[in-house]
Design a protein around this ligand. Structure first.
Ligand code: BT5
Length: 261
């Protein structure tokens, strides 16, 4: 049965972290796991706590877009960071690091080749299997929490509706029903390891990320709020910006939707 409820005990046995996922909140339904952790009224403040919802009524993407995911089939979850000293030097590349972790976890478990699309989409055969939404809240200039939301299509076998990039799932690509508990544990285990690694060696993560990005070096178009910018995808800098070579100069791009032309 591909739509059976998430089994917390199975997940717990496979979780091998010190802090990420050690406090685990499971809900049948939420508006959005990111909004839930962002909500000031909510008591969960433990660094590394994870909230998973079987269904989101208002799952969100970037720029007010929506994230659609069928109940009990996929993984829609968020990780909260409240002790920010550890990650403060790598905040700008945490979205890239997270997309790399999700991609590597899929490859390790299922031997499926993944491709990364800047800033944080994970693709398999040019179809989107996962997306990431990073959000933070601050008081004054002080950041007090960071939330990493991940939507990963696991066992969904059909996607209705219109999508700019066609969606896919691990199930579609591997032609088998997937144990979600194993996938979540793998992602969280690898995510924690990545956080420790980033402190000492951010450039190794960036190199791994670039090696998985087939758009690098290609002629691309970036859409920013309806404006189109054309150029060559030259590089990713150490802060995670996309460096675009246009006719006049190298532009640093901090957001937008990239497509190959
Ligand atoms: C993202 O935004 O890809 C970030 C998605 C993050 C979702 C997670 S789920 C847990 C947490 N709680 C939340 O409320 N959100 C996070 P973006 O790059 O803006 O892409 C959004 C676009 O992806 C939409 O406009 C659709 O075209 C497409 N899309 C929506 N659902 C999809 C799905 N299940 N699979 C593939 N594409 C999808």
């Amino acid at each position: 049965m591909e739509d059976k409820k998430f089994n917390i005990e199975i997940f717990d046995i496979k979780l091998d972290t010190q802090f990420i996922g050690r406090n685990f909140y499971y809900y049948d339904e939420l508006d959005s796991t990111n909004s839930f952790l962002m909500d000031k009224k909510f008591g969960a403040k433990e660094n590394g706590c994870v909230v998973l919802a079987e269904f989101q009524t208002s799952g969100r993407g970037r720029l007010e877009r929506t994230w659609e995911s069928q109940k009990n089939l996929n993984l829609t979850f968020s990780i909260l960071f409240t002790e920010l000293e550890m990650i403060e030097n790598s905040l700008s590349i945490l979205n890239l690091a997270t997309s790399l972790v999700v991609a590597q976890s899929i490859e390790n478990l299922f031997q499926l080749k993944t491709d990364l699309k800047w800033p944080n989409d994970i693709l398999i055969k040019e179809k989107k299997v996962a997306g990431i939404l990073l959000e933070s809240s601050s008081s004054g200039s002080k950041l007090n929490k960071l939330i990493i939301g991940i939507g990963l299509n696991v066992n969904q076998s059909k996607f209705l509706g219109e999508y700019k990039i066609p969606p896919t799932s691990i199930r579609i690509e591997s032609r088998s029903i997937i144990e979600r508990e194993r996938v979540l544990a793998e992602i969280l285990n690898n995510h924690e390891a990545m956080i420790y690694k980033l402190v000492d060696n951010p450039s190794s993560m960036l190199n791994d990320w670039k090696n998985k990005c087939s758009m690098l070096g290609e002629k691309i178009c970036i859409e920013q709020n309806g404006k189109l910018i054309y150029g060559v995808f030259e590089d990713i800098d150490e802060e995670g910006y996309l460096l675009l070579r246009t006719k006049k100069k190298i532009e640093k791009i901090n957001f937008g939707d990239v497509s190959v032309i």
